[in-house]
Unconditional design. Structure first.
Length: 221
């Protein structure tokens, strides 16, 4: 079982299909990754490409396992509005901020359960803010969520906290005291996103491939 801090399944799948060279073109970081296969159906519990700050404040990239294991199950998301009041997440604002690069993410319509793929309208990658912890179970991360922007709220009431590359860098590098200011700005922004319905093959986490993000013509508006 997994859940997202009270909103089941929110931002439960996404894509990371670029290679390291493409990611480096938009945000050069010190990647500690030897090989990177394209993934179109990244699921909870699996390693996700992520960016963190090292001890000198330099951005480094590698893999974190998606989801914090608790007695309640695997928590994959955390609400940005309340993250400072949650004992599980509050310490991570000081020592465990991360950014999860995405090409796009999936959301299931709250009424019909039709899957949709959501990506930047200008073709740029998405930078999702997150938190991570290092413990006996390894390095594990959650993705922060916010109320959905207008236009997306008809699909689902929540969405990831997204930033541009500059905002993502600020999330990693600014002092802990500025975390709330960064989140307050981002959770009220309306990013330019495009959404289209996709096939239900994405429902199975074992499925992968570029066809998963292709629109269904008969369901396009």
């Amino acid at each position: 079982m997994y859940h997202g801090s009270g909103v089941r399944g929110m931002c439960g799948r996404f894509s990371q299909y670029w290679g390291l060279e493409q990611w480096n073109q938009v945000w050069p970081v010190d990647w500690h990754v030897s090989a990177l296969a394209p993934r179109y159906n990244v699921a909870p519990g699996t390693p996700i490409l992520s960016i963190v700050s090292d001890s000198l404040g330099h951005p480094v990239g590698g893999f974190l396992d998606w989801g914090l294991r608790t007695v309640r199950g695997l928590i994959i998301n955390a609400r940005a509005e309340t993250v400072e009041s949650r004992p599980t997440f509050r310490p991570l604002l000081e020592r465990g901020r991360c950014v999860v690069p995405m090409n796009g993410y999936y959301e299931w319509h709250q009424d019909t359960r039709q899957p949709h793929y959501i990506e930047a309208g200008d073709g740029k990658p998405l930078w999702a803010l997150g938190l991570y912890d290092v413990g006996p179970q390894g390095s594990r991360a959650v993705i922060l969520t916010r109320p959905a922007a207008s236009g997306l709220d008809t699909i689902h009431p929540r969405m990831p906290v997204l930033a541009d590359a500059r905002g993502a860098q600020a999330w990693l590098s600014r002092p802990r005291a500025q975390c709330r200011d960064i989140l307050n700005v981002l959770i009220h922004e309306a990013p330019l996103l495009h959404t289209h319905p996709v096939g239900r093959r994405v429902n199975k986490s074992s499925q992968d491939g570029p066809d998963l993000i292709q629109p269904l013509p008969n369901l396009m508006p």
